[in-house]
Design a protein around this ligand. Sequence first.
Ligand SMILES: *[C@@H]1O[C@H](CO)[C@@H](O)[C@H](O)[C@H]1NC(C)=O
Ligand SMILES: *[C@@H]1O[C@H](CO)[C@@H](O)[C@H](O)[C@H]1NC(C)=O
Ligand SMILES: *[C@@H]1O[C@H](CO)[C@@H](O)[C@H](O)[C@H]1NC(C)=O
Length: 322
Amino acid sequence: MWRLLAGFVLLLCAADAVPVGENRTVPDFGKMYHVKGELNLPYSGDSGIKEPFEVWYDLEGNRSRIDYHNSTVRTFLTGNDLDYGVIYKITPVNTETEVQAIKYFQLKGTKEDPIRPQAALPDLQDFEFEKMEDYAGVQCEVWKKVTQAGHKKNTYRLWVKRPEGSDSPAVPYHFEMEGFNTLLESYNDKYMIDYSDFSSQTESDIFTPPGGMTCKEFPDPPEEHQILANPLQDYVSTSPVSHAHRLFGSFKEKFERQYESEKEHEERENYFLHTLRHVHSTNRAGLSFSLGINDFADKSAAEKAKRTGGLIIPDQIKEDTK
Ligand SMILES: *[C@@H]1O[C@H](CO)[C@@H](O)[C@H](O)[C@H]1NC(C)=O
Ligand SMILES: *[C@@H]1O[C@H](CO)[C@@H](O)[C@H](O)[C@H]1NC(C)=O
Ligand SMILES: *[C@@H]1O[C@H](CO)[C@@H](O)[C@H](O)[C@H]1NC(C)=O
């Protein structure tokens, strides 16, 4: 009888919380939260880019909302809308006749690729506890994951504060991705997110997009749609092949790129990735000009400066916005 009971208790524990490392369970942020973040792209432009954003997440409601640059750009991700969910994006766009015209775009989910609420934090299931460390004066657990795909070895780390009471959610502080290329033998990629104001409270009307919108599909190429509709996805995901990597494929095709060696390919892909992030992040700031992915996208900063006399050339206004 006692043995049976002990076995039962063990089973319960195993299903409830699997011990990791030194008996630590993976931090849980809860099913609903609101958090502010600042994306830091140190390799963007001359001095890097810092982009503020804000996330409302509601797993059970199958929805989330992400605003960028103090709500200059708003995105509503609703899994329960239409057949496979929809993402609505409200953003200022520069057209030939108007600066910062407010435009509405939508991306419909498909059977293969349904829209799910986007989390502000990485999925920690495959992460391992690494160490305790102070982050901004707060004693944090550091959780780590390493992925390897081709020549790219990425290390992801999240700094988290363990809750005092067992019922309260963990609090995120900092996320860092560091990319090492084993062929180039260099650290050539890095981005960080600082989190603040984490709370388990959200207001439910924040998830509802404004009524009466007339939405357009996102402009071509289709490979760019996911990045435009849900920019945070590629940063928070730890999948080795991002949407940005797939977009590099269509860039090579469009501009007829044939690189001489695998090494050059890796270098060019890396420049492309940094350009893409820079272009998209700049465009989300709602400035009076827009940047585009052009022939320069796979060039280094030095190469770009040489060919443009140091000027960044704003791309021509895209077809769809005319
Ligand atoms: C892990 O849990 C086991 C069983 O509860 C316990 O005996 C052990 O001391 C724990 N280890 C640490 C490092 O806390
Ligand atoms: C963000 O927007 C709000 C409302 O439009 C404004 O009051 C606030 O000053 C803005 N904050 C920043 C940092 O620009
Ligand atoms: C959330 O929405 C997606 C896309 O429509 C759907 O596939 C999924 O089943 C929904 N999940 C829940 C829990 O309702």
